[in-house]
Ligand binder design. Structure first.
Ligand code: HEC
Ligand code: HEC
Ligand code: HEC
Ligand code: HEC
Ligand code: HEC
Ligand code: HEC
Ligand code: HEC
Length: 381
């Protein structure tokens, strides 16, 4: 080894160390409470000290995003019982399991959840409806001062109640047990941070401040300072988080993945959540050979977070063909050089992103593990 190579090695080691050190110290800084730098915002992380103003306040200046956002299921991922559409259009829902019968009854602006074994009965008012009901809807209520998730949920396909996903199907051993699952304080905070905005302030659950659903600020961070900056025409310091500035993997895993579950989050789940991880698109796409780390395949390449989901398979073809060739006559470029399909030139997602039913949820999810699907082959995990 010459002195020159040693010097080069030592210098690069030093540079690497400095880079590592400054990256970690920056990260350390970003987690300091009270730090208001919005460039460090992530959806389910709290950023104390700036006020949330609500999505209406954004509409005056951002009419394009605002016009379509409200109709998205994300914007409606949670509702107070009084505003809950499904409960008002389905005034009586019922279900039976062994000796226990369940009922959800609408009266005026409220709904009551009742479980009885014939001898004893527990009735509690429903506080919140979780989920718009694209797949289903689960209810949250309080019993003996604790938050619970109902043992039964509404499913769109059956238009009625069935067991909530993840709850035991075997007969309950007591009325208390039949009622539902008691949520730990940490779990309550997690549920509300993914399905609503500004529900946790100063590490405390503050339901009186909650904005239902994933609002503009649920993704972009609290807007108070941004609006002040925009009004003062300080365009260089807009004080709002734009996820469009993240790299492809960051946007998919750290941003959308903070709610839709990242690869890292799923890896620590027992058996990677089994077939249930079909719901965790960031995990699925990360496993898909050739489909990560490129902006043409991050979540917003195929989904506009401000608009409703596109159901027509043909819509996605142009996304695939941004990288894949269509046939041998097609011009190969460095950026568009992935193999052409020997089978078809259209509706790529139909065959390569198949729908997989989760029987517990009465719903067919779209497999984001893009691949060649062989007949009779089990869904990879
Ligand atoms: C008084 C007008 C005004 C209001 C109200 C307003 N904005 Fe903005 N916003 C702007 C302007 C001006 C820009 C810069 C030009 C552009 O990107 O449209 C901007 C840019 C943005 C950007 C892109 C930032 C970047 O770095 O590229 C985001 C994201 C954003 N606004 C979100 C919001 C959200 C969320 C709200 C509601 C909490 C909101 N805005 C309310 C005026 C406003
Ligand atoms: C703060 C949490 C949160 C973040 C961040 C988030 N989502 Fe969601 N998303 C949800 C929830 C909750 C639902 C379920 C809404 C419902 O149906 O009740 C959902 C549903 C969806 C749907 C399904 C809509 C439908 O019609 O069924 C799509 C598509 C989606 N999200 C895409 C994205 C993308 C893309 C990103 C990143 C840009 C993202 N989400 C970030 C919480 C989040
Ligand atoms: C880490 C974020 C996160 C947490 C925590 C979370 N959810 Fe969700 N939830 C989502 C996302 C993302 C979706 C949409 C994709 C899917 O169906 O898995 C969703 C979907 C749902 C749906 C189906 C919505 C629909 O329109 O069909 C229900 C019901 C639901 N969640 C209830 C709950 C309840 C109740 C809790 C707490 C006990 C909870 N969730 C905790 C992120 C979360
Ligand atoms: C589910 C998360 C999510 C929600 C909710 C959301 N946004 Fe966004 N927004 C994004 C992402 C991701 C981008 C970057 C998109 C891209 O680069 O393609 C973005 C970009 C923007 C931009 C910059 C657009 C540009 O051309 O650069 C503005 C402005 C904006 N959003 C405003 C809003 C407003 C206003 C609302 C509420 C009506 C809202 N957003 C709700 C995720 C979200
Ligand atoms: C290559 C295009 C593509 C990319 C990239 C992509 N999706 Fe999808 N996504 C689809 C298609 C196609 C559907 C099914 C639409 C339909 O038929 O209703 C879908 C459906 C969904 C749904 C609705 C539930 C379901 O299973 O049908 C959610 C939620 C979702 N995607 C979230 C995400 C998230 C989060 C990311 C980023 C990890 C992502 N998607 C990346 C193409 C894509
Ligand atoms: C960012 C560019 C890009 C996009 C967008 C993209 N692909 Fe690919 N895809 C690749 C690359 C690169 C490979 C090759 C991986 C390898 O062979 O090493 C690949 C491989 C594949 C394979 C073979 C997988 C295997 O396991 O052998 C299929 C099937 C496929 N893509 C389908 C699709 C479909 C369908 C879409 C749209 C929904 C899509 N791709 C979008 C880049 C892309
Ligand atoms: C009708 C179902 C179907 C449709 C639609 C379809 N494919 Fe395929 N695709 C297949 C099958 C099956 C194979 C495996 C063929 C084989 O191995 O002989 C395949 C193979 C592939 C491969 C691997 C090629 C290789 O040389 O390794 C890629 C990439 C691919 N498809 C991409 C696409 C894209 C992009 C589209 C849309 C333009 C598309 N497919 C539409 C069924 C389909």
């Amino acid at each position: 080894m010459t002195i020159k190579t040693v010097l080069v090695l030592v210098t690069s080691l030093l540079v690497a160390l400095i880079c590592f050190w400054s990256a970690t110290s920056l990260r350390g800084q970003s987690q300091r409470p009270g730090d208001n730098d919005l460039s460090n915002w992530r959806p389910v992380q709290e950023l104390p000290g700036i006020r949330f103003v609500g999505s209406k306040a954004c509409a005056t200046c951002h009419s394009t995003e605002s016009k379509t956002h409200l109709v998205t299921p994300m914007a409606q991922a949670l509702a107070a019982a009084s505003d809950c559409q499904i409960l008002s259009t389905h005034p009586r829902l019922s279900f039976r399991s062994g000796p226990y019968s369940y009922q959800i009854m609408r009266q005026g602006n409220g709904s009551t959840y009742t479980v009885t074994d014939g001898a004893k009965t527990i009735s509690e008012p429903i506080l919140y409806c979780f989920g718009k009901g694209q797949v289903g809807q689960t209810y949250v209520f309080k019993h003996d001062g604790m938050f619970y998730e109902t043992r039964v949920s509404y499913y769109k396909e059956t238009q009625n109640l069935d067991f909530t996903t993840g709850h035991p199907r075997s007969p309950s051993t007591s009325l208390e047990d039949a009622l539902g699952r008691r949520l730990s304080a940490a779990e309550v905070q997690e549920c509300f941070t993914c399905h609503s905005t500004a529900s946790v302030i100063g590490s405390q659950l503050q339901l009186n401040q909650l904005i239902p659903g994933v609002s503009c600020e649920g993704c972009h961070g609290p807007g108070e300072k941004h609006i002040a900056a925009a009004k003062a025409r300080k365009f260089k310091e807009l004080q709002i988080f734009n996820p469009g500035n993240m790299d492809a993997d960051g946007l998919t895993q750290e941003f959308c993945g903070s709610c839709h579950r990242s690869f890292d989050q799923v890896m620590v789940m027992p058996r990677q959540a089994g077939l249930n991880n079909i719901r965790f698109q960031p995990y699925r796409i990360f496993n898909s050979r050739g489909h990560k780390g490129d902006p043409r395949i991050n979540c917003v390449a195929c989904h506009n977070p401000h608009d409703k989901l596109e159901h027509d398979a043909a819509y996605y073809d142009s996304k695939c063909l941004a990288c894949h060739l269509t046939g041998s006559g097609d011009a190969k470029t460095p950026s568009r050089s992935a193999a052409a399909c020997p089978v078809s030139k259209q509706q790529c997602a139909k065959c390569h992103m198949p729908k997989v039913e989760l029987p517990e949820m009465h719903f067919k999810f779209t497999d984001h593990w893009i691949r060649i699907v062989k007949p009779n082959e089990p869904v990879p995990n």
